[in-house]
Ligand binder design. Structure first.
Ligand code: AMP
Length: 195
């Protein structure tokens, strides 16, 4: 894995543990020589993550829509900052540049980004690993909700298991390295959706 896309909050949240987890993940990325791809902001959990990768000598690519440059306080110390026209282009470019996706704690933007790449994995639009770094138990209720969706038969247990969950970033990255694209026939059929 050469590049990892990380979705996370443009706010810091209520606990130091959220940014601490971002910095832990950053150190794992630097140690593994994995480039960070993220939303390009200098604030919140996003800023903590990027700053720690840069402090360790790692590479960071930020992708930010033009209209958000001021609103999100773009990070100007990155290896590269790509400015795009829209949110859709931002997500498409982040996906194209990355070999996998991780969500750290965040808000609506983070949820939307995570669920888009998770849904794309379900549909076979990509076969890259998708994971949740459950820092300070932030995602406990989401995990419970997804397990409930399996019980209620809106989500197959196979698709549920696509989302890799760990609270330790090192263990999550180990899982990513072991990830092998699934071979399920329905995915190949549905893959045509993306072409
Ligand atoms: P948040 O988790 O809400 O703090 O947002 C984290 C990141 O997601 C920020 O870079 C936001 O710009 C971005 N974001 C917010 N809303 C959306 C959206 N609808 N689609 C994609 N990204 C979004």
């Amino acid at each position: 894995m050469k590049s990892l896309c990380v979705f996370c909050g443009s706010s810091s949240g209520a606990r130091n543990g959220y940014s601490d987890a971002a910095r832990d993940l950053a150190r794992v990325l630097v140690g593994e020589g994995i480039r960070l791809v993220y939303g390009g902001a200098s604030v919140g959990v996003m800023g903590a993550l990027a700053d720690e990768v840069l402090a360790g000598g790692g590479e960071v690519i930020g992708v930010i829509p033009e209209g958000m440059m001021r609103h999100e306080v773009a990070h100007h110390g990155l290896t590269e900052l790509r400015v795009v026209d829209s949110m859709h282009q931002r997500k498409a470019l982040m996906a194209e540049l990355s070999d996998g996706f991780v969500a750290l704690p965040g808000g609506l933007g983070t949820f939307e980004e995570l669920f888009e790449v998770y849904t794309w994995a379900q549909l076979g639009i990509h076969v890259k690993p998708v994971g949740l770094l459950n820092a300070a138990g932030y995602y406990d209720k989401l995990i419970e909700f997804l397990d409930g969706a399996v019980e209620e038969r809106f989500l197959s247990s196979e698709d549920r298991s696509v989302l890799l969950v760990e609270s330790d970033p090192r263990l999550l990255i180990e899982k990513f390295k072991l990830h092998r694209p699934p071979s399920v026939s329905k995915w190949a059929a549905i893959k045509k959706l993306s072409t």
